[in-house]
Write a protein that binds this ligand. Structure first.
Ligand SMILES: [Fe+2]
Ligand SMILES: [Fe+2]
Length: 209
């Protein structure tokens, strides 16, 4: 990606963030982007892609829920968003809590349609940031962990800061999933099957070490 295009994308993303999100969400997204960039450097992933996904992941969260679904479903109009369309299909079958997580795919479509972002890894990381999935790539794992462990999260403390600095990506992902599942459970919300499957797989890996 040429330098100017990167600067332009970042400028537009920051302005969309200001226009579309409440101040606390803007701050969260900036912290997720910073945390994701830090992790991207640690784990040899494109740090600009991490920044874009971090800044954009919650862009639609303050929009009307009907609009979020409409936008998410329109992923099907873009052949290069086949994987995002599949994520939306899984959410359609998890209606109990899908309204809470559909803003991810909605943001991916928004980034595609309004900002011309067509990087599949970025679009997938944004789509999966609330639920995760078995086999997701390093950028998706980084965005998931950064979203749950950025320093302004209510439960984030010294342990999360140390984990972000020292843990392997797999361990970070397991801890981030653990935090997310615990939080959702405490609130009485449903938990996506893909989060449970990935958590179990990572926990089993740890048990067999
Ligand atoms: Fe989110
Ligand atoms: Fe978030």
């Amino acid at each position: 990606m040429p330098c100017m295009a990167m600067e332009e994308i970042e400028k537009r993303l920051l302005s969309e963030l200001e226009n579309l999100c409440k101040p606390s969400r803007q701050a969260h997204c900036r912290f997720v982007a910073e945390t994701a960039e830090f992790l991207a450097r640690r784990f040899s992933v494109d740090s600009f892609a991490a920044r874009v996904a971090g800044l954009g992941h919650d862009l639609m969260k303050d929009r009307d829920i009907g609009y979020q679904w409409e936008l998410a479903r329109s992923a099907a109009l873009h052949p290069e968003m086949e994987a995002v369309t599949a994520v939306v299909a899984t959410m359609e079958s998890e209606k109990a809590f899908a309204d809470k997580i559909i803003h991810g795919p909605a943001a991916a479509v928004y980034l595609r349609e309004s900002l011309g972002i067509d990087d599949k890894a970025i679009l997938m990381a944004v789509s999966l940031h609330s639920q995760a999935a078995l086999g997701m790539d390093k950028l998706s794992a980084i965005i998931f962990a950064a979203d749950k462990m950025e320093p302004t999260r209510a439960y984030a403390g010294i342990r999360e800061a140390e984990a972000l600095r020292d843990d392997s990506l797999e361990t970070l992902l397991r801890k981030a999933l653990g935090l997310s599942i615990k939080w959702l459970n405490a609130k009485g919300y449903g938990i996506a099957q893909s989060s449970i499957d990935l958590y179990n797989a990572l926990t089993m890996d740890k048990a067999s070490e």
